[in-house]
Ligand binder design. Structure first.
Ligand code: C2E
Ligand code: MG
Ligand code: MG
Ligand code: MG
Length: 284
């Protein structure tokens, strides 16, 4: 017994910790099951061109259709998957699935796929991207990999080389959630991103001078370096008007649509872009 052995040893397994460990083990085996049994799904959220308000692509966002708990959002299972390494397989599945889906979309619409820092460090990533493109037939320029600052920070040299190889493949690379954590404006100078996504933390209260100043600084630097900008979490017309005035090229947020199942995409495109033809689905 760890408790009260009277020799002053560290008690490794307090009941609460043991409980946590049990929970984590259970989540891990459940996630393995989910992957095997096809319980993971991708939802898609529209990316809109600010100048025209047309949909120019979608970001793929993972969901877990849990048999007992319903739709589980990524915040509740991705951290665990990163800890136990399952995120590598899950991310490979997402890459392939997103590329296959996007290959059916009309008009060269792009698809954004999130990469975990764990996946970004794995030796398999480059091959996984190549395999997803080959299997889906998706034009590389329609795939946009979203990486975060923790990927960059972990190994800047390796990141630079990897981004270079992706770009040589014709795949786009976006810096996600910019401005949170330890982002540095220097990243935009040192790494050849195609796009920077401004975190929704700045958009939510964009009327506050500090937030506005950050948005203005980032869009200014990005523009001078020919890097595209996306404002994340745009929920109101007022926020949209401000990011438009500040020169953000793209917007994403509930104002234009929450993440939705792939089946909802044709109707969304028809409504927003007026595209009826071109989708490889059958009309009812
Ligand atoms: P993210 O990549 O920054 O994705 C944007 C998140 O903001 C999504 O949350 C989206 O639903 C949410 N969002 C979009 N517009 C609005 C808005 O107007 N208002 C508000 N309040 N929220 C908005 P979601 O789907 O829960 O995903 C959370 C995070 O989980 C993602 O943040 C990403 O970091 C991670 N994630 C999602 N799918 C994957 C994946 O396939 N692989 C990896 N590694 N991470 C993923
Ligand atoms: Mg993202
Ligand atoms: Mg983001
Ligand atoms: Mg985010």
């Amino acid at each position: 017994r760890a408790k009260g052995d009277g020799r002053g040893r560290a008690r490794l397994f307090e009941p609460a910790m043991e409980q946590q460990l049990v929970e984590r083990r259970r989540l891990e085996s459940e996630l393995r099951e989910a992957l095997l049994r096809g319980q993971l799904e991708l939802f898609y959220q529209p990316l809109v061109q600010v100048a025209t308000r047309r949909i120019i692509g979608f970001e793929a966002l993972m969901r877990w259709r849990h048999p007992g708990r319903g739709m589980v959002p990524p915040g509740e299972f991705i951290p665990a998957a990163e800890e136990n390494g399952l995120i590598v397989q899950m991310g490979e599945w997402a890459l392939l699935q997103a590329c296959r889906e996007a290959a059916r979309w009309p008009d060269g619409l792009r698809v954004g796929v999130n990469l975990s820092p764990v996946q970004f460090r794995s030796k398999r990533l480059e091959a996984a991207v190549e395999a997803a493109l080959a299997a889906s037939g998706l034009e590389p320029g329609r795939l946009e990999l979203e990486i975060t600052e923790s990927s960059v920070m972990h190994d800047p040299e390796a990141t630079l080389a990897l981004i270079g190889r992706f770009r040589a493949m014709g795949v786009r690379v976006a810096m996600d959630d910019f401005g949170t954590g330890h982002s540095s404006l220097a990243y935009l100078r040192h790494f050849p991103f195609d796009k920077v996504k401004l975190d929704m933390a700045f958009i939510r209260e964009i009327e506050q001078p500090a937030n506005l100043a950050i948005v203005r600084a980032v869009t200014g630097i990005a523009e001078s370096m020919a890097i595209g900008t996306t404002a994340e979490g745009v929920e109101t017309e007022a926020q949209f008007a401000t990011i438009a005035r500040e020169g953000c090229a793209e917007a994403q947020g509930y104002l234009f649509g929450a993440p939705c199942p792939a089946e909802a995409i044709p109707a969304l495109l028809a409504g927003v872009n007026g595209i009826e033809a071109g989708m490889a689905t059958t009309a009812a």
